[in-house]
Design a protein around this ligand. Sequence first.
Ligand SMILES: O=C(O)CCC(=O)C(=O)O
Ligand SMILES: [Fe+2]
Length: 332
Amino acid sequence: MSTAAAAPVRQLDPHSVGELRTAAEKILAEFGTSATSPQLLARVEESAAEFGATLRHHCRPVDTDDGLFVLRGLEVDDAQVGPTPPGWAHAGDSGAVHDIVLLLLASVMGNPIAWQGQQDGRFVHNIVPSPGHESEQTGASSAVLLSPHTEDAFHPGRAHLLMLGCMRNHDRIATTAASVRKVRLTDEDVELLSRPALPILPDDAYAEAQGYADAAPPPVPTLFAAEDGLTLRFDPAYTPLDQADGEYRAAYQRLEDELARVSVAVSLDPGEVLVVDNDLVVHGRVPFKARYDGTDRWLKRASVRVPGRRGRPLAEADEHGYGQAALEAHAA
Ligand SMILES: O=C(O)CCC(=O)C(=O)O
Ligand SMILES: [Fe+2]
């Protein structure tokens, strides 16, 4: 895994930073919370529509095979944001102005989404290590490697973009990212992995979806040849690989090895926002020791759909999504 020059950086200019900050503070002053209501979301959409061309340009689609970029230039005042919450359920309005900044950025890039079944339906999630969850394959874990995955891979309505905004990261714990556009596979492996062989089951962040029993889990392809290149849908921790034949398993393993080979480690500093194209890149996190003293690593996460984006199999439209539906922040 490489760490040098891990990600293309887009440096925000002071004017763009000011626009974001002023708009977010105004919205927070009006509503007194970052908890989303239809009124707050409408105000976010209005404000985002008024941003200048420079900020919009910083928010243009991912434009390299890295499949990601880091927005730099926003500021987080470590003293002012208060202690890292001990779990998402305790976060409340901690760092509320940063929730709104992230929502504004997300609204420039596309349409933010939320899931009823995750973090109380919030549009901005808090990713913090949580006592008792150390070994899970969710954002609340710490002691284990969070293995590379497509965000919400089980669902046809999953995000096109994943945004991770850093609030605090004293131990410089890295997010990992691997782009399918950088892997080397034979045509035979690509063909094999493009067949819908296995389902991807809902992850541990979706207790309700895990109980879904109305229909069988649909098999989905791991790779897809989109117009502009390969895309992937990959979450080995929730894929029943033992149901596949040896040939498929071997190809899947070769893909996993290649993703590990091209993986980069992105250690975010406060104020930085990592934007990952969820169709091109799988992300994860290295293991670390949680502090549980209010100074732990703390990220804000937003998920975004990009209207009109292609690059996924049409058959996804028929998937049941395990009874889960994403809420869109803004009318399509
Ligand atoms: O903690 C991280 O860096 C990434 C966690 C993760 O997978 C996520 O928030 O979706
Ligand atoms: Fe994730």
